[in-house]
Write a protein that binds this ligand. Structure first.
Ligand SMILES: Cc1cc2nc3c(=O)[nH]c(=O)nc-3n(C[C@H](O)[C@H](O)[C@H](O)COP(=O)(O)O)c2cc1C
Length: 241
């Protein structure tokens, strides 16, 4: 096989390697929730966050229009793992129950993390995270809106970063508003495993114990057929031949 030869596969998840974000949001009773996500990208001071709509965090954010995006360093895989199989929703949805999630009311205690007050928003910042961004919601977009039976399952929430807090040790010398990338060591998630800028995996991931195929339902519709819908079968068939 030549090195430029591609093969068709259909990954059940498309986690190609994005930073882990610990999102803090306010519960109905004024306590705060923490959820790890990695579907996040920034442009300017806008950020788009991708959520499974059934999670407690998007529900909190849509109700309060606020959240804090806390970025863990690559040394914080253990903290993230403590949150990986938890939800702030009670009762736990059938979908999460099938993936062994359980309800945890106090995720701070569970993860060994400590709150710091924010300047402009109610959700608290996570003291252990080197970067913290206070945000307010600017728009909401439904993913898979063209698939009648999947509409509403996944949502993208656009937020604006109102204030960014960084550890003094991350700042670039001589520049008031710059982060020194030689000093910033984010934690990345790639296909449910953790990586950093160093070679290799930096921590074994609890989320990685979930079979990727459990996410297959988010990749296509049962009622509206599209080209490529059955691509997940191509490699299976080739392997069998
Ligand atoms: C490293 C990591 C990355 C994750 N990325 C996402 C994501 O991008 N979007 C999402 O909805 N859930 C993601 N999850 C799963 C959520 O953390 C999970 O649904 C959790 O139950 C949400 O908590 P909540 O229901 O209290 O909001 C991720 C989990 C881990 C551990």
């Amino acid at each position: 096989m030549s090195s430029t030869e591609h093969t068709i596969i259909s990954p059940a998840i498309m986690y190609w390697g994005t930073p882990v974000v610990l999102v803090t949001s306010e519960n109905e009773d004024g306590t705060s929730n923490i959820a790890p996500i990695s579907s996040a990208w920034w442009l300017g001071h806008s950020c788009v966050l991708g959520f499974g709509a059934e999670s407690k965090t998007p529900q909190n954010i849509l109700r309060t229009k606020q959240c804090v995006l806390n970025l863990p360093s690559d040394a914080m895989g253990d903290h993230v793992n403590k949150l990986a199989d938890t939800t702030g929703s009670d009762p736990v949805s059938a979908s999460k129950t099938s993936r062994n999630y359980r309800f945890v009311k106090d995720k701070w205690a569970r993860a060994g993390l400590h709150p710091q007050p924010s300047s402009f928003v109610a959700p608290q910042r996570i003291a252990e995270c080197p970067v913290q961004m206070e945000c307010q919601v600017t728009a909401v977009h439904e993913l898979m809106g063209d698939l009648p039976d999947r509409r509403g399952l996944l949502i993208a929430i656009e937020v604006r970063v109102l204030r960014t807090h960084v550890l003094q040790s991350l700042r670039m010398e001589g520049y008031p508003n710059r982060v020194d990338p030689d000093k910033w060591r984010p934690l990345f998630m790639s296909f449910q495993q953790f990586y950093g800028f160093r070679d290799g995996k930096v921590a074994s991931s609890v989320l990685g114990r979930i079979n990727e195929e459990q996410y297959r339902a988010f990749t296509k519709s049962d009622v509206k057929k599209l080209p490529g819908d059955d691509d997940d079968q191509i490699a299976v068939a080739e392997d069998r031949a």
